[in-house]
Design a protein around this ligand. Structure first.
Ligand code: IVH
Length: 681
């Protein structure tokens, strides 16, 4: 009897366990943009759940993750109901599964089939609606029925047309994928880490994070792109009978259509395309995780219809997941520019996605402990979105007993100075400001593109110059011209190359204050914060003299950043360094565009709402910011002005209630003109 109850309960318990895990993953993946499971783990849980629900239909329920797409929209955004549901795709993980998909379709439709092969972009699905050729609404997929209104954020994507050209129907909904190009993603992560923020592990999460910013100006800072791959709801006629014609038609209307789409006339053609792109995808500037094969004729698509949340006329033929098992040989530590002690994995070398992986980041001590990684463990490693190698998890069942737990060092691995750690931070720090590792990283950062932009000085050359004591801190770069012969000898470079470097160093003296502030490498102060400081204080002496309150009053700077700025300038060795840079002839003044006399909106808070006629919302917001104002997305008592376009929604009512000054676009432009003439508010 007990046995019977157990065997009846077991599948139910497993089904519930899988549902709960998948629901959690869905929330992390779709709402918080930070998945903690690998795609392959997620896929295999979903498969197990599907097959259990088929085997035990008495346990099937309509809101099981197998029946839903994604997760419900976040409450932070206005919800949008899709006129037609946004579906998902069934997956094939190998050739047999792909061919059985075709067989299933052929049971319902005996005709010969053509297929369109497309890449499966690893980004964020969106819907964009055009009325009379104008972009009026953009939404995320959400749970497939309801998504989030991200209209203003989508407007900031250069390749999404705001107006269509040619012959469009009165209402046209297109569907596509927002992506974060890999090159932009890498640069974006560099800026984030300079700003003291955590790096995104892959472009998909970064794209989702960017699109789901509450402030479209924030989205605009993150260079996203978009590929359109289909048509949704339409009012009016379309001149297309096939998927391939739809893509051509969308291209003519002005949409960004992927150049690798291909029409083939057999499953062999799809397999050939797949084999080509398993290799070729690693060289693309965007992440793809498979090929999508779509039945070409639209009447055939309609005939085949959907099953649950997946169309029968299309399938995602997934690329093999780029993970490998290897051994965690050691956990070592390097020292960052700010003195942070950063753990990394030393791995038994393994090939993943065409690259030889020997190291992977381990972020911080908590990360290692939460994954229970031990030296000697067998581990699974992946290149997240083909970019940064990650240790995904260890395989405890393979332990032999000789594995050892992490011991955090007590002294800096480079200078041996005692390490400082605090309960409030995940990282520990070497606080010896003459630590060689910190200084060489500091020089690397100082010369980097977003800082002083001195080309021709890589990490190796910096190391040599430091070992030979030609540079002991960044100010010595400006004295290098006096040691030309010695530099040529130790660098083993020709005179012309050295002259080019010396010219670049000399020219960097003219870089404005915001570049110098970035280059100093103050914790949490990257290009954006430097720009804010520069706009507000205009020269280095005013930044140094600023009080905590004055710094915190700069819109965009909070207590964490201001305390880091204050403690940097409270340190006499930093002031000495700045004085050396001053003596070396650096320009320590803000760029002319930030002249204080133009800061007519200083400390004023704006909300911009509704559709504008002559400018995009982002243009208006940028204008406010360059004039010293702050833009927020919600109305409060602190709001000074609301700029209103057409269809402003509830914000205008709130503004009336709080008696906030309302301006339309023309009044706003007029106000700027008169303020710049009279220079007061
Ligand atoms: S077609 C009904 N085409 O994959 C057909 N989707 O798992 C639905 N995706 O939500 C989509 N590249 O975000 C289609 N070339 C492509 C795609 C693509 C990426 C994504 C899309 C969709 C998800 C389905």
């Amino acid at each position: 009897m007990t046995e019977k109850i157990d065997s009846e309960n077991q599948p139910r318990i497993r089904i519930e366990e899988l549902r709960s895990q998948l629901n959690k993953h869905n929330i992390l993946y779709y709402q918080e943009n930070s998945p903690n499971a690998l795609d392959s783990e997620y896929d295999s849980m979903m498969r197990e759940l599907k097959s259990l629900e088929e085997q035990y239909p008495q346990h099937a329920i309509s809101d099981s993750p197998t029946q839903l797409v994604g997760s419900p929209p976040s409450k932070r955004f206005r919800a949008v109901t899709h006129k037609l549901p946004m579906l998902s795709l069934a997956n094939a993980f190998n050739q047999d599964e792909f061919l059985s998909w075709k067989e299933r379709a052929s049971k319902l439709l005996t005709n010969e089939l053509d297929f369109v092969c497309e890449l499966k972009y690893d980004g964020l699905a969106i819907s964009a609606i055009y009325e009379k050729g104008n972009f009026v609404q953009g939404a995320t997929r959400g749970d497939g029925n309801k998504g989030e209104d991200v209209t203003d954020n989508l407007r900031t994507i250069k390749h999404l047309p705001l107006n269509l050209s040619g012959n469009y129907p009165s209402v046209l909904e297109v569907r596509g994928e927002v992506i974060f190009p890999i090159s932009n993603f890498k640069e974006f992560n560099i800026t984030r880490s300079a700003d003291g923020l955590s790096e995104y592990t892959n472009p998909r999460n970064a794209a989702a994070g960017a699109l789901r910013q509450l402030d479209p100006a924030e989205t605009a800072k993150r260079p996203l792109d978009i590929f359109i791959y289909g048509i949704g709801y339409v009012e009016g006629n379309l001149p297309c009978e096939t998927q391939y014609q739809s893509l051509e038609y969308l291209f003519d209307l002005g949409f960004n259509i992927n150049e690798h789409n291909k029409l083939v006339n057999s499953t062999d053609g799809v397999i050939e395309y797949y084999s080509e792109y398993v290799e070729a995808q690693t060289k693309l500037n965007y992440a793809c995780d498979g090929v999508v094969a779509k039945v070409n004729r639209i009447d055939f698509q309609k005939h085949l219809g959907e099953i649950g949340r997946e169309p029968r006329w299309a399938i995602a033929f997934k690329f093999p997941s780029e993970q490998k098992e290897t051994t965690l040989l050691d956990i070592k530590f390097n020292v960052g520019r700010t003195g942070s002690i950063n753990p990394y994995a030393v791995l038994k070398s393994v090939q993943i996605a065409g690259a030889n992986i020997k190291h992977a980041t381990l972020h911080n001590e908590d990360y290692i402990r939460s994954k229970d990684l031990r030296i000697g463990d067998s581990v699974i490693v992946e290149r997240a979105g083909e970019v940064i190698p990650q240790v995904v998890h260890s395989i405890p069942s393979k332990r032999t007993g000789i594995e050892t737990e992490l011991k955090m060092p007590t002294n800096c691995p480079v200078c041996n100075h005692v390490i400082f750690s605090s309960k409030d931070e995940a990282l520990s720090y070497c606080i010896n400001s003459s630590c060689h590792a910190q200084i060489s990283k500091m020089v690397e950062h100082f010369v980097s593109k977003g800082a002083m932009d001195i080309q021709g000085l890589g990490p190796k050359q910096i190391q040599v110059l430091m070992t030979e004591k030609l540079i002991e801190d960044v100010s010595d770069l400006y004295d290098l011209k006096n040691h030309k012969d010695r530099a040529m000898e130790i660098q083993r470079i020709g005179e012309t190359s050295l002259d080019n470097l010396l010219t670049a160093i000399n020219e960097s003296r003219q870089q404005p204050l915001e570049r110098v502030l970035t280059a100093l490498g103050i914790k949490h102060v990257g290009p954006e914060i430097s720009e804010l400081l520069s706009q507000r204080f205009q020269n280095i002496d005013s930044v140094i003299a600023a009080s905590e309150i004055e710094i915190q009053n700069v819109p965009g700077i909070g207590p964490r950043i201001s305390s880091s700025i204050l403690s940097y300038f409270a340190n006499t060795s930093n002031i000495k360094l700045i004085n050396k840079l001053r003596v070396a002839g650096l320009n320590l003044e803000a760029a002319n565009t930030y002249r204080l006399e133009n800061q007519v909106f200083l400390n004023k808070i704006f909300v911009v709402t509704g559709r504008m006629e002559n400018f995009s919302r982002t243009e208006i917001q940028n204008r406010i910011k360059t004039l010293g104002g702050k833009v927020t997305s919600t109305i409060s008592k602190k709001t000074d002005f609301i700029i209103v376009g057409s269809d402003p929604g509830s914000k205008l009512d709130q503004a009336h209630l709080l008696q906030i000054t309302t301006l339309n676009e023309t009044q706003f432009i007029g106000l700027i003109q008169s303020l710049l003439l009279n220079n007061e508010l």
